[in-house]
Design a binder for this molecule. Structure first.
Ligand SMILES: *Cc1c(COP(=O)(O)O)cnc(C)c1O
Length: 332
C-alpha cells in the first residue's frame, strides 16, 4: 500500500496545461495572467435604500445575497442607525460578518444598545466634519478579542500589541513583525483633541438634536413641498446631517435651491452622490444609472442643511426663514 503523505496539492491536467501555456507564451514574470489573477477580488454588491428611512433596506440586502457573500457593510446615513439588528440577524444566520459604517452615528443608539455594540465591527470617523473630530482618524469597536488584537497589530506595521512601549523607559528594543500591517496609527496630539472632544460628545449631540427638532417643527409648515427626516421609534440618532428632500420641482429644484441658498449666505451640501454612479464603479462594474432607483431619486431631491453644535438659535432661525421663503415661492 502506498504511503499517505501529510499533504498533497490537488493539481489537475488543466492546471498543468495552464502552466505549460504560460511558459510557452514566453512571458515569465509579471504580465497579463497576473493582471487577470489580481482582478479576481471581492466584488461589492450594492443594495438600495428604503425611501422613508433613507437607510439600506434589509429586504434588498437579503435579495442581493449571493453564495459568496462574506460580509455586509451598512452605513448609518446622517447619524440615524440603519436597520442594523435585522441585518445582523440575516448575516448571523448565514455565517457572514457585519461591518457597521458609523462615521455619522457616534452616540446614536437602537433602544438601549449604543451604535458600536451591535455589529461585529463598527467603524467611526473623527474626520474634521464629523460630530467629534481629531482632524483625521477614527476608531473601530468590536466585542471580539481576536479582531481587536489583530487590528491593534495591523495598525502598527504588524508589530503587535503594545509595540509603542518599546520607546518607553524600561521598554525592550526587541520586537517582531508578526504580519504585513499598515502605518495607520493616530498621534497623541490628535488623541488630546479626541479626549477633550469626547467629554462634550453628549452635549454636542443634544445640541444637534435640538436644532434638528427646531428645523423639523418649523419646516413642517412647507407641507408636501418637502419631506423631512424621519426618526424611527425607539432610536436615538446622532444627527450628523439634516437631509431635506424636495418634492419634485419645489424651490426650483435642488440644484437651483443650493445656489439660491448660497447667494443668501446659507451653505448647504448634498449627501450623497450615489457611489455606483461614480466613474470607477461605472467603469469597473458597468453601472449605467437606474440600478438603484430609490437612492437615485433621493439624490436628485436632497440637500443637507447646516447643522452643528455651535450654531446659534438665530442662525437656525435664519436657515428656516430663507429655506421656507425659497421653497414656498412658486418658481419655475
Ligand atoms: C466620513 C465618512 C467616512 C470616512 O471617514 P474617514 O475617517 O475620512 O475615513 C466613511 N463613511 C461615511 C458615511 C462618512 O461620512
Amino acid at each position: 500500500m502506498a504511503d499517505i503523505p501529510f499533504h498533497r496539492p490537488s493539481i489537475s491536467a488543466e492546471d498543468i496545461s495552464a502552466v505549460g501555456q504560460a511558459l510557452a507564451s514566453g512571458w515569465l514574470t509579471y504580465g497579463p495572467l497576473c493582471q487577470e489573477f489580481e482582478r479576481v477580488g471581492a466584488a461589492p454588491v450594492f443594495a438600495d435604500i428604503d425611501p422613508v428611512s433613507l437607510q439600506i433596506d434589509p429586504d434588498l440586502v437579503d435579495r442581493a445575497w449571493g453564495e459568496r457573500t462574506k460580509a455586509v457593510i451598512a452605513v448609518d446615513y446622517g447619524g440615524h442607525p440603519c436597520a442594523i439588528e435585522e441585518i445582523a440577524k440575516l448575516a448571523a444566520d448565514r455565517g457572514a460578518v457585519v461591518i457597521s459604517d458609523a462615521a455619522h452615528s457616534l452616540g446614536a443608539a437602537v433602544g438601549a444598545r449604543p451604535v458600536g455594540s451591535i455589529a461585529d465591527i463598527t467603524a467611526f470617523s473623527f474626520y474634521a466634519t464629523k460630530n467629534i473630530t481629531t482632524g483625521e482618524g477614527g476608531m473601530l469597536t468590536t466585542a471580539s478579542d481576536v479582531i481587536a488584537d489583530r487590528v491593534e497589530c495591523l495598525r502598527m506595521h504588524g508589530i503587535g500589541k503594545n509595540a509603542w512601549r518599546r520607546y518607553r523607559k524600561g521598554g525592550s528594543w526587541r520586537y517582531d513583525v508578526a504580519e504585513c500591517g499598515f502605518k495607520a496609527n493616530m498621534t497623541d496630539m490628535q488623541a488630546a483633541l479626541g479626549l477633550s472632544q469626547l467629554r462634550r460628545e453628549a452635549q454636542i449631540r443634544e445640541r444637534r438634536a435640538e436644532i434638528a427638532a427646531h428645523y423639523s417643527a418649523s419646516l413642517a409648515s412647507l407641507g408636501d413641498l418637502v419631506e423631512l427626516p424621519v426618526v424611527a421609534e425607539g432610536v436615538r440618532p446622532a444627527w450628523h446631517l439634516y437631509p431635506l428632500r424636495l418634492a419634485g420641482r419645489a424651490g426650483g429644484g435642488r440644484d437651483r435651491l443650493v445656489e439660491d441658498l448660497a447667494d443668501r449666505g446659507i451653505g448647504t451640501s448634498v449627501h450623497f452622490i450615489p457611489v455606483h454612479l461614480m466613474t470607477h464603479f461605472r467603469k469597473r462594474y458597468g453601472y449605467r444609472g437606474g440600478e438603484y432607483p430609490v437612492c437615485e431619486d433621493v439624490f436628485r431631491r436632497v440637500l443637507s442643511l447646516p447643522l452643528y453644535a455651535d450654531m446659534s438659535d438665530a442662525e437656525a432661525d435664519r436657515v428656516i426663514e430663507v429655506v421656507t421663503d425659497l421653497v414656498s415661492a412658486a418658481r419655475g
